[in-house]
Design a protein around this ligand. Structure first.
Ligand code: TXA
Ligand code: MG
Length: 323
């Protein structure tokens, strides 16, 4: 079983570094979700991430850096990318940039692409990377196909028997994964909506972000992202305007759904209608709704603006047909 260590424990960073040097993945809290981190330059360590997650194939991972100089060793940072990094790093923005000539991020972490996804996380994760001295590749610390973890307990439930160390930083402040943006000669392309709203990035960039075609339900198609990536085991009914007998209800803004007195459980993403609070609660509520034993989770409409774009994207994935 994994050892769970609070990030405030003096031994957290030294023990994590020992494990990372041995090529073992370590679960680390970030402001978005918990990541399963390993040395991005070590192919055996990256393979161990895929093994622990049970990923069906090698998807490109995000490499996390502690500062812009570390990013510049591995990717080519254009002036526009640097402007975005200055505005949003550390934070929930991942930039997909061309590999540099000095790049040592292993092709297993980039899936052999000529680009790498890089992000500078906040707080403890950033301190750990600075102490380790190399980028950490880290997908969300959940088993493949499950909802992303926003607490150490979530990680333990999913991966506790497969990894050695979980660092506990409490609940993730943002609660949905980073926004992923490709920056190249063709401009800016949204690969995944996330913790930084698109309009905030457009304001800084001074240009529009292209949105690729979305699939039915509104989920953005990005490489390596399965449609039903965030699937709970219960069925998910979106934009519900009523509750049916035996369903679990996830609502928003303190607005009751007609019929919810017949519901198994009622959760409200944000009684006051705050999208930040809703994002922070989203994955925990999907897990609780799933654990309620209801065959179906009815989710009331959530506004689509700002962080609502990422929330609706994750909900569309949760409701997508399973394979
Ligand atoms: O908030 C987050 O981004 C979290 C925390 C741990 O930082 N990480 C995360 O990683 O969500 P992951 O592996 O679940 O998502 C990485 C996604 C891939 O599914 C893929 O779509 C995209 O990043 N990606 C990575 N490298 C790429 C590349 N070179 N080109 C295009 N997309 C890429
Ligand atoms: Mg994930």
């Amino acid at each position: 079983m994994a050892r769970i260590l609070p990030i405030l424990d003096q031994t957290a960073i030294p023990l994590a570094i020992e494990a990372l040097r041995r090529g073992e993945p370590v679960a680390v809290p970030t402001e978005t979700v918990y990541g399963l981190a390993a040395d991005a330059t070590n192919p055996a360590a990256i393979a161990a991430i895929y093994e622990a997650k049970g990923r069906p194939r090698f998807n490109p991972l995000i490499s996390h850096v502690s500062d812009l100089d570390m990013a510049k060793v591995h990717v080519r940072v254009s002036p526009l990318a640097e402007k975005l990094a200055a505005a949003f790093w550390p934070g929930a923005l991942t930039l997909v940039l061309p590999l540099s000539d000095t790049c040592r991020i292993h092709p297993l972490a980039t899936a052999g692409l000529p680009t790498a996804a890089v992000r500078m996380p906040e707080g403890f994760a950033r301190d750990l990377i600075a102490a380790f001295g190399e980028p950490l590749a880290a997908p969300s610390a959940n088993r493949s196909g499950r909802v992303s973890p926003t607490s150490a307990r979530h990680v333990e439930e999913d991966l506790g028997e497969r990894i050695g160390l979980i660092l506990d930083g409490g609940r993730c402040r943002i609660g949905v994964e980073s926004t992923i943006l490709a920056v190249d000669d063709a401009g800016l392309r949204l690969l995944r909506p996330g913790g930084i709203p698109v309009d905030a990035i457009e304001m800084v960039a001074g240009q529009a972000i292209q949105r690729p075609a979305t699939q039915a339900g509104g989920a953005v198609i990005a490489p390596g992202m399965l449609a039903s990536h965030y699937a709970p085991s219960a069925a998910v009914r979106l934009n519900a305007t009523d509750a049916r007998s035996g369903e679990t209800v996830i609502r928003f803004g303190g607005v009751p759904l007609p019929g919810e007195d017949q519901a198994k459980m009622i959760l409200d993403l944000s009684p006051s209608g705050d999208l930040r609070e809703a994002a922070a609660n989203l994955f925990d509520f999907l897990k609780r709704a799933d654990a309620s034993g209801a065959a179906c989770i009815a989710v009331a409409p959530v506004p689509a603006h700002g962080l609502g774009e990422a929330i609706n994207d994750r909900l569309a994935r949760a409701a997508a047909p399973r394979d």
